[in-house]
Write a protein that binds this ligand. Structure first.
Ligand code: SF4
Ligand code: SF4
Length: 428
Protein backbone atom coordinates (compact mmCIF):
# COMPACT_ATOMS: atom_id res chain seq x y z
CA UNK A 1 0.00 0.00 0.00
CA UNK A 2 1.36 3.44 -0.99
CA UNK A 3 1.70 5.61 2.08
CA UNK A 4 4.24 6.78 4.63
CA UNK A 5 4.70 6.78 8.35
CA UNK A 6 5.18 10.43 9.22
CA UNK A 7 6.67 12.02 12.33
CA UNK A 8 4.03 13.07 14.84
CA UNK A 9 3.56 16.55 16.22
CA UNK A 10 0.10 16.11 17.68
CA UNK A 11 1.06 16.35 21.34
CA UNK A 12 1.96 20.00 20.73
CA UNK A 13 -1.73 20.97 20.66
CA UNK A 14 -3.52 18.02 22.23
CA UNK A 15 -1.87 18.43 25.61
CA UNK A 16 -2.99 22.04 25.95
CA UNK A 17 -6.32 23.27 27.19
CA UNK A 18 -8.83 24.20 24.50
CA UNK A 19 -9.13 27.96 23.99
CA UNK A 20 -12.47 29.58 23.16
CA UNK A 21 -12.34 32.73 21.08
CA UNK A 22 -16.00 33.35 20.47
CA UNK A 23 -16.31 37.11 20.39
CA UNK A 24 -14.34 38.73 17.60
CA UNK A 25 -15.20 42.39 16.98
CA UNK A 26 -15.68 41.66 13.26
CA UNK A 27 -16.35 38.53 11.26
CA UNK A 28 -15.60 38.18 7.55
CA UNK A 29 -17.93 35.58 6.08
CA UNK A 30 -16.51 34.32 2.77
CA UNK A 31 -18.96 34.25 -0.13
CA UNK A 32 -17.84 30.87 -1.39
CA UNK A 33 -19.42 27.42 -1.28
CA UNK A 34 -17.14 24.56 -2.28
CA UNK A 35 -15.19 26.22 -5.10
CA UNK A 36 -18.22 28.16 -6.22
CA UNK A 37 -18.22 31.93 -5.77
CA UNK A 38 -21.34 32.41 -7.85
CA UNK A 39 -23.67 33.12 -4.94
CA UNK A 40 -26.80 35.14 -4.47
CA UNK A 41 -26.06 37.66 -1.71
CA UNK A 42 -29.07 38.31 0.50
CA UNK A 43 -27.80 41.21 2.58
CA UNK A 44 -26.37 44.66 1.98
CA UNK A 45 -24.22 47.31 3.65
CA UNK A 46 -25.95 48.94 6.62
CA UNK A 47 -28.35 46.05 7.24
CA UNK A 48 -28.69 44.41 10.67
CA UNK A 49 -28.32 40.62 10.62
CA UNK A 50 -29.06 38.10 13.31
CA UNK A 51 -26.92 35.13 14.21
CA UNK A 52 -27.93 32.16 12.06
CA UNK A 53 -29.55 34.34 9.39
CA UNK A 54 -28.94 33.31 5.77
CA UNK A 55 -26.79 35.99 4.14
CA UNK A 56 -26.01 34.23 0.86
CA UNK A 57 -27.06 31.17 -1.11
CA UNK A 58 -25.33 29.13 -3.74
CA UNK A 59 -27.02 29.19 -7.15
CA UNK A 60 -27.55 26.13 -9.32
CA UNK A 61 -26.59 22.71 -7.95
CA UNK A 62 -25.92 21.99 -4.29
CA UNK A 63 -27.83 24.95 -2.86
CA UNK A 64 -26.04 25.42 0.42
CA UNK A 65 -26.82 28.58 2.40
CA UNK A 66 -24.23 30.70 4.18
CA UNK A 67 -25.17 32.02 7.63
CA UNK A 68 -24.15 34.97 9.78
CA UNK A 69 -22.09 33.69 12.72
CA UNK A 70 -22.73 36.74 14.94
CA UNK A 71 -25.45 39.36 15.22
CA UNK A 72 -24.61 42.91 14.17
CA UNK A 73 -24.45 45.35 11.31
CA UNK A 74 -23.11 44.56 7.83
CA UNK A 75 -20.50 47.28 7.43
CA UNK A 76 -18.69 46.33 4.25
CA UNK A 77 -17.76 43.78 1.59
CA UNK A 78 -13.99 43.15 1.42
CA UNK A 79 -11.62 40.56 -0.02
CA UNK A 80 -9.97 38.14 2.41
CA UNK A 81 -7.93 34.99 1.98
CA UNK A 82 -9.63 31.61 1.70
CA UNK A 83 -7.91 28.38 2.78
CA UNK A 84 -6.71 27.73 -0.78
CA UNK A 85 -4.79 31.03 -0.74
CA UNK A 86 -7.29 32.62 -3.15
CA UNK A 87 -8.90 35.98 -2.48
CA UNK A 88 -12.63 35.74 -1.81
CA UNK A 89 -15.23 38.45 -1.29
CA UNK A 90 -16.50 38.48 2.31
CA UNK A 91 -19.42 40.06 4.13
CA UNK A 92 -18.05 42.05 7.08
CA UNK A 93 -20.31 42.03 10.14
CA UNK A 94 -19.56 44.23 13.11
CA UNK A 95 -20.40 42.10 16.13
CA UNK A 96 -22.84 43.74 18.58
CA UNK A 97 -22.07 40.96 21.11
CA UNK A 98 -25.81 40.51 21.71
CA UNK A 99 -25.98 37.04 20.12
CA UNK A 100 -29.44 37.88 18.74
CA UNK A 101 -30.60 34.62 17.19
CA UNK A 102 -32.49 34.42 13.92
CA UNK A 103 -34.61 31.66 15.44
CA UNK A 104 -34.76 29.76 18.73
CA UNK A 105 -33.24 26.32 18.54
CA UNK A 106 -35.60 24.02 20.45
CA UNK A 107 -33.84 20.71 21.13
CA UNK A 108 -35.45 17.67 19.47
CA UNK A 109 -35.92 14.84 21.96
CA UNK A 110 -35.35 11.89 19.64
CA UNK A 111 -33.27 12.81 16.61
CA UNK A 112 -33.81 9.41 15.01
CA UNK A 113 -37.52 10.13 14.41
CA UNK A 114 -37.04 12.50 11.45
CA UNK A 115 -38.16 11.32 8.03
CA UNK A 116 -35.51 11.10 5.32
CA UNK A 117 -36.91 14.26 3.66
CA UNK A 118 -36.73 16.19 6.94
CA UNK A 119 -33.18 14.90 7.51
CA UNK A 120 -32.01 16.06 4.08
CA UNK A 121 -33.68 19.45 4.51
CA UNK A 122 -32.09 19.99 7.94
CA UNK A 123 -28.62 19.20 6.59
CA UNK A 124 -29.08 21.43 3.58
CA UNK A 125 -30.74 24.37 5.37
CA UNK A 126 -28.10 24.38 8.09
CA UNK A 127 -25.21 24.42 5.62
CA UNK A 128 -23.64 21.12 6.72
CA UNK A 129 -20.58 20.44 4.57
CA UNK A 130 -17.54 18.15 4.80
CA UNK A 131 -15.54 19.66 7.66
CA UNK A 132 -12.42 17.59 7.05
CA UNK A 133 -11.37 19.98 4.27
CA UNK A 134 -13.38 19.00 1.21
CA UNK A 135 -16.38 21.19 1.95
CA UNK A 136 -18.71 18.98 -0.11
CA UNK A 137 -22.42 19.41 0.82
CA UNK A 138 -23.27 16.52 3.13
CA UNK A 139 -26.96 16.17 2.21
CA UNK A 140 -25.96 15.29 -1.36
CA UNK A 141 -24.23 12.12 -0.16
CA UNK A 142 -27.49 10.90 1.43
CA UNK A 143 -29.71 12.00 -1.44
CA UNK A 144 -28.50 9.17 -3.63
CA UNK A 145 -30.98 6.68 -5.05
CA UNK A 146 -28.46 3.86 -4.40
CA UNK A 147 -29.00 1.71 -1.30
CA UNK A 148 -26.57 2.83 1.40
CA UNK A 149 -25.40 -0.15 3.45
CA UNK A 150 -22.43 1.36 5.31
CA UNK A 151 -21.72 4.69 6.96
CA UNK A 152 -17.96 4.97 7.27
CA UNK A 153 -16.98 7.61 9.83
CA UNK A 154 -13.54 9.02 9.26
CA UNK A 155 -11.85 9.72 12.59
CA UNK A 156 -8.34 9.01 11.28
CA UNK A 157 -7.01 12.58 11.14
CA UNK A 158 -3.84 11.39 9.42
CA UNK A 159 -2.11 14.77 8.92
CA UNK A 160 0.79 15.04 11.40
CA UNK A 161 -0.16 18.14 13.43
CA UNK A 162 -3.96 18.28 13.42
CA UNK A 163 -6.00 17.34 16.49
CA UNK A 164 -9.28 19.22 15.97
CA UNK A 165 -11.27 16.02 15.35
CA UNK A 166 -9.66 14.44 18.41
CA UNK A 167 -11.03 17.28 20.55
CA UNK A 168 -14.50 16.89 19.02
CA UNK A 169 -14.50 13.21 20.04
CA UNK A 170 -13.20 14.00 23.54
CA UNK A 171 -15.98 16.52 24.04
CA UNK A 172 -18.93 15.08 22.18
CA UNK A 173 -18.50 11.30 21.90
CA UNK A 174 -22.01 10.54 23.20
CA UNK A 175 -23.65 13.02 20.81
CA UNK A 176 -21.61 11.60 17.93
CA UNK A 177 -22.79 8.05 18.65
CA UNK A 178 -26.40 9.21 19.04
CA UNK A 179 -26.12 10.94 15.65
CA UNK A 180 -24.58 7.96 13.90
CA UNK A 181 -27.39 5.79 15.25
CA UNK A 182 -29.99 8.31 14.02
CA UNK A 183 -28.40 8.47 10.56
CA UNK A 184 -28.59 4.65 10.31
CA UNK A 185 -32.22 4.63 11.42
CA UNK A 186 -33.41 7.46 9.17
CA UNK A 187 -31.60 6.24 6.05
CA UNK A 188 -32.10 2.48 6.57
CA UNK A 189 -28.33 1.91 6.65
CA UNK A 190 -27.17 -1.52 7.89
CA UNK A 191 -24.05 -0.56 9.83
CA UNK A 192 -21.64 2.21 10.78
CA UNK A 193 -17.89 1.81 11.07
CA UNK A 194 -15.81 4.42 12.85
CA UNK A 195 -12.23 4.30 11.57
CA UNK A 196 -9.50 5.32 14.01
CA UNK A 197 -5.74 4.81 13.95
CA UNK A 198 -4.70 1.70 15.82
CA UNK A 199 -2.09 3.76 17.67
CA UNK A 200 -4.71 6.15 19.02
CA UNK A 201 -5.36 4.43 22.33
CA UNK A 202 -7.07 7.44 23.89
CA UNK A 203 -9.81 7.53 21.24
CA UNK A 204 -10.32 3.80 21.53
CA UNK A 205 -10.86 4.17 25.28
CA UNK A 206 -13.32 7.03 24.80
CA UNK A 207 -15.41 5.07 22.30
CA UNK A 208 -15.25 1.91 24.45
CA UNK A 209 -16.87 3.89 27.25
CA UNK A 210 -20.01 4.75 25.26
CA UNK A 211 -20.39 2.36 22.33
CA UNK A 212 -21.92 -0.57 24.27
CA UNK A 213 -25.58 0.11 23.48
CA UNK A 214 -25.04 0.95 19.81
CA UNK A 215 -25.08 -2.53 18.34
CA UNK A 216 -24.83 -1.47 14.69
CA UNK A 217 -21.76 0.71 15.30
CA UNK A 218 -18.29 -0.82 15.11
CA UNK A 219 -14.76 0.51 15.44
CA UNK A 220 -12.16 -0.33 12.78
CA UNK A 221 -8.50 0.16 13.56
CA UNK A 222 -6.43 1.28 10.60
CA UNK A 223 -2.64 1.54 10.11
CA UNK A 224 -0.98 4.75 11.22
CA UNK A 225 0.28 5.81 7.81
CA UNK A 226 -0.39 8.83 5.61
CA UNK A 227 -2.76 9.32 3.72
CA UNK A 228 -4.96 6.75 5.49
CA UNK A 229 -7.64 9.43 5.96
CA UNK A 230 -8.02 9.90 2.21
CA UNK A 231 -11.49 8.59 1.35
CA UNK A 232 -10.33 6.12 -1.30
CA UNK A 233 -7.57 4.64 0.88
CA UNK A 234 -9.93 4.35 3.83
CA UNK A 235 -12.67 2.60 1.86
CA UNK A 236 -10.08 0.18 0.44
CA UNK A 237 -8.63 -0.51 3.90
CA UNK A 238 -11.90 -0.95 5.79
CA UNK A 239 -14.31 -2.32 3.17
CA UNK A 240 -11.83 -3.91 0.72
CA UNK A 241 -13.56 -2.42 -2.31
CA UNK A 242 -12.66 0.06 -5.07
CA UNK A 243 -14.94 2.62 -6.74
CA UNK A 244 -14.72 4.80 -9.82
CA UNK A 245 -15.82 8.28 -8.66
CA UNK A 246 -17.68 8.14 -5.35
CA UNK A 247 -18.00 5.54 -2.54
CA UNK A 248 -21.79 5.58 -2.94
CA UNK A 249 -21.27 3.42 -6.09
CA UNK A 250 -20.48 0.66 -3.57
CA UNK A 251 -23.26 1.63 -1.14
CA UNK A 252 -20.91 3.54 1.19
CA UNK A 253 -21.16 7.08 2.58
CA UNK A 254 -18.04 8.53 4.22
CA UNK A 255 -18.35 11.38 6.73
CA UNK A 256 -15.66 13.05 8.77
CA UNK A 257 -16.21 13.01 12.55
CA UNK A 258 -16.56 16.81 12.82
CA UNK A 259 -19.18 16.64 10.07
CA UNK A 260 -21.09 14.09 12.18
CA UNK A 261 -21.10 16.59 15.03
CA UNK A 262 -22.37 19.32 12.68
CA UNK A 263 -25.17 16.90 11.68
CA UNK A 264 -25.94 16.45 15.39
CA UNK A 265 -26.39 20.20 15.86
CA UNK A 266 -28.58 20.38 12.76
CA UNK A 267 -30.80 17.50 13.92
CA UNK A 268 -30.89 18.31 17.62
CA UNK A 269 -31.13 22.11 17.55
CA UNK A 270 -31.81 22.99 13.90
CA UNK A 271 -28.56 24.94 14.23
CA UNK A 272 -26.45 26.07 11.27
CA UNK A 273 -22.68 25.59 11.06
CA UNK A 274 -21.42 28.82 12.66
CA UNK A 275 -18.38 27.68 14.62
CA UNK A 276 -15.78 24.95 14.70
CA UNK A 277 -12.59 23.72 16.39
CA UNK A 278 -9.39 24.66 14.60
CA UNK A 279 -5.90 23.43 15.56
CA UNK A 280 -3.46 26.33 15.78
CA UNK A 281 -0.03 24.77 16.03
CA UNK A 282 3.56 24.50 14.78
CA UNK A 283 7.06 25.26 16.03
CA UNK A 284 6.57 28.94 15.20
CA UNK A 285 3.83 29.36 17.77
CA UNK A 286 4.37 30.02 21.48
CA UNK A 287 1.04 28.58 22.66
CA UNK A 288 -0.24 25.94 20.24
CA UNK A 289 -3.73 24.65 21.02
CA UNK A 290 -7.18 23.88 19.68
CA UNK A 291 -9.43 26.89 19.45
CA UNK A 292 -13.22 27.05 19.25
CA UNK A 293 -14.00 29.83 16.78
CA UNK A 294 -16.80 31.56 14.95
CA UNK A 295 -16.84 31.14 11.18
CA UNK A 296 -15.43 34.33 9.66
CA UNK A 297 -12.92 35.04 12.46
CA UNK A 298 -9.58 36.44 11.30
CA UNK A 299 -6.96 33.69 11.80
CA UNK A 300 -4.30 36.33 12.47
CA UNK A 301 -6.29 37.78 15.35
CA UNK A 302 -6.07 34.33 16.95
CA UNK A 303 -2.35 34.02 16.10
CA UNK A 304 -1.71 37.30 17.91
CA UNK A 305 -3.31 35.86 21.03
CA UNK A 306 -1.33 32.60 20.79
CA UNK A 307 1.88 34.53 20.00
CA UNK A 308 4.06 33.83 17.00
CA UNK A 309 7.50 32.87 18.24
CA UNK A 310 9.74 33.10 15.16
CA UNK A 311 11.54 35.82 13.21
CA UNK A 312 10.76 34.22 9.86
CA UNK A 313 7.85 31.86 9.50
CA UNK A 314 5.30 30.53 7.10
CA UNK A 315 1.60 30.15 7.80
CA UNK A 316 -0.18 27.18 6.29
CA UNK A 317 -3.95 26.81 6.05
CA UNK A 318 -4.57 23.12 6.76
CA UNK A 319 -1.98 20.51 7.65
CA UNK A 320 1.62 20.42 6.43
CA UNK A 321 0.79 17.82 3.78
CA UNK A 322 -2.38 19.07 2.14
CA UNK A 323 -2.46 22.68 3.31
CA UNK A 324 -1.56 25.83 1.40
CA UNK A 325 0.94 28.49 2.37
CA UNK A 326 -0.79 31.80 3.06
CA UNK A 327 1.22 34.78 1.91
CA UNK A 328 -0.64 37.60 3.65
CA UNK A 329 -2.34 38.20 6.99
CA UNK A 330 -5.89 37.95 5.69
CA UNK A 331 -6.82 34.30 6.28
CA UNK A 332 -10.33 33.77 7.67
CA UNK A 333 -11.90 30.74 9.34
CA UNK A 334 -14.35 28.69 7.28
CA UNK A 335 -16.27 25.52 8.24
CA UNK A 336 -13.82 23.37 6.23
CA UNK A 337 -10.58 24.77 7.72
CA UNK A 338 -9.27 22.44 10.42
CA UNK A 339 -5.77 23.77 11.07
CA UNK A 340 -3.58 26.87 10.96
CA UNK A 341 0.07 25.92 11.10
CA UNK A 342 2.95 28.29 11.84
CA UNK A 343 6.35 26.89 10.90
CA UNK A 344 9.76 28.45 11.35
CA UNK A 345 11.51 29.04 8.08
CA UNK A 346 14.91 27.39 7.62
CA UNK A 347 17.66 27.03 4.99
CA UNK A 348 16.61 23.41 4.52
CA UNK A 349 13.49 24.67 2.69
CA UNK A 350 15.45 25.90 -0.33
CA UNK A 351 14.59 24.07 -3.54
CA UNK A 352 17.41 22.49 -5.64
CA UNK A 353 17.58 20.55 -8.92
CA UNK A 354 15.61 17.33 -9.46
CA UNK A 355 17.81 14.30 -8.74
CA UNK A 356 15.65 11.96 -10.85
CA UNK A 357 15.43 9.68 -7.80
CA UNK A 358 11.83 8.64 -8.47
CA UNK A 359 10.83 8.85 -4.81
CA UNK A 360 7.82 11.03 -5.63
CA UNK A 361 6.55 8.30 -7.97
CA UNK A 362 7.04 5.57 -5.38
CA UNK A 363 4.96 7.31 -2.70
CA UNK A 364 2.14 8.65 -4.86
CA UNK A 365 -1.14 6.99 -3.72
CA UNK A 366 -2.83 8.02 -6.98
CA UNK A 367 -0.23 6.02 -8.93
CA UNK A 368 0.80 8.84 -11.23
CA UNK A 369 4.26 10.29 -11.93
CA UNK A 370 4.56 13.72 -10.27
CA UNK A 371 8.06 14.28 -11.67
CA UNK A 372 6.99 13.61 -15.26
CA UNK A 373 3.98 15.87 -14.84
CA UNK A 374 6.30 18.60 -13.62
CA UNK A 375 8.59 18.04 -16.61
CA UNK A 376 5.71 18.37 -19.10
CA UNK A 377 3.92 21.44 -17.73
CA UNK A 378 4.59 23.26 -20.99
CA UNK A 379 3.20 20.44 -23.12
CA UNK A 380 -0.58 20.42 -22.44
CA UNK A 381 -1.24 17.74 -25.10
CA UNK A 382 1.02 15.21 -23.43
CA UNK A 383 0.11 16.36 -19.91
CA UNK A 384 -3.40 14.90 -20.00
CA UNK A 385 -1.93 11.45 -20.78
CA UNK A 386 -0.09 11.63 -17.44
CA UNK A 387 -3.47 11.89 -15.66
CA UNK A 388 -2.79 14.73 -13.20
CA UNK A 389 -6.52 14.87 -12.43
CA UNK A 390 -6.06 11.70 -10.39
CA UNK A 391 -3.95 13.66 -7.89
CA UNK A 392 -5.62 14.03 -4.48
CA UNK A 393 -3.18 16.75 -3.41
CA UNK A 394 -1.93 14.68 -0.47
CA UNK A 395 1.46 16.39 -0.63
CA UNK A 396 3.51 13.19 -0.23
CA UNK A 397 5.56 13.92 -3.36
CA UNK A 398 6.67 17.31 -1.98
CA UNK A 399 7.29 15.81 1.46
CA UNK A 400 9.52 13.01 0.20
CA UNK A 401 11.45 15.03 -2.39
CA UNK A 402 15.13 15.26 -1.32
CA UNK A 403 15.57 18.31 -3.59
CA UNK A 404 12.78 20.13 -1.69
CA UNK A 405 10.87 20.67 -4.92
CA UNK A 406 7.23 21.60 -4.37
CA UNK A 407 6.10 18.85 -6.72
CA UNK A 408 2.49 18.98 -5.57
CA UNK A 409 2.21 22.59 -6.71
CA UNK A 410 3.32 21.54 -10.21
CA UNK A 411 0.75 18.74 -10.28
CA UNK A 412 -1.91 21.14 -9.12
CA UNK A 413 -0.91 23.53 -11.90
CA UNK A 414 -1.15 20.63 -14.37
CA UNK A 415 -4.68 19.86 -13.16
CA UNK A 416 -5.71 23.43 -13.96
CA UNK A 417 -4.11 23.24 -17.43
CA UNK A 418 -5.81 19.93 -18.27
CA UNK A 419 -9.22 21.14 -17.00
CA UNK A 420 -8.91 24.38 -18.95
CA UNK A 421 -7.96 22.49 -22.12
CA UNK A 422 -10.94 20.14 -21.71
CA UNK A 423 -13.25 23.15 -21.26
CA UNK A 424 -11.90 24.84 -24.41
CA UNK A 425 -12.33 21.61 -26.39
CA UNK A 426 -15.94 21.22 -25.29
CA UNK A 427 -16.72 24.82 -26.32
CA UNK A 428 -15.09 24.56 -29.75
S1 SF4 B 1 0.92 13.71 -7.24
FE1 SF4 B 1 -0.81 14.25 -5.96
S2 SF4 B 1 -1.57 12.31 -5.16
FE2 SF4 B 1 0.51 11.95 -5.94
S3 SF4 B 1 1.83 12.21 -4.16
FE3 SF4 B 1 1.75 14.20 -5.21
S4 SF4 B 1 0.09 15.30 -4.20
FE4 SF4 B 1 -0.15 13.13 -3.64
S1 SF4 C 1 11.37 13.13 -5.55
FE1 SF4 C 1 12.08 15.18 -6.16
S2 SF4 C 1 14.18 14.83 -6.83
FE2 SF4 C 1 13.20 12.81 -6.79
S3 SF4 C 1 12.37 12.56 -8.89
FE3 SF4 C 1 10.74 13.45 -7.69
S4 SF4 C 1 10.96 15.64 -8.05
FE4 SF4 C 1 12.91 14.75 -8.64
Amino acid sequence: MAGLKLPKFKTMSIEQEVFTFSNPKFVYIPLISGNDMNLTVLTKKGEYVKKGEIIAKRKGNFRIPIHASVSGKVIDFVEKTYLTGEKVKCVVIENDFKEQMERQYEPKKLISTYTKEEFLALLQDNGVIGMGGAGFPTYVKYESKEKIHTLLVNAVECEPYITADHVVIQKYCEAILETIDAILEINGIDEAIIAIKKTNIELKEIFDRYIGTYLKVKIAFVPDIYPMGWERTLVRQVKHVEYRTLPIERGIVVNNISTIYAIYEALKYNKPVMERFVTFTGDGLKNPRNVLLKVGTSAFEVLEKLEIDAREYIVVAGGPMMGDAILDEELVITPNLNCVLVLKKGLEDIETTCLRCGKCVEVCPAKISPVMIRDHLKDPGYLSRLQPLKCVECGLCSYICPAKIRVRESVREAKKIVKERAKCKSLS
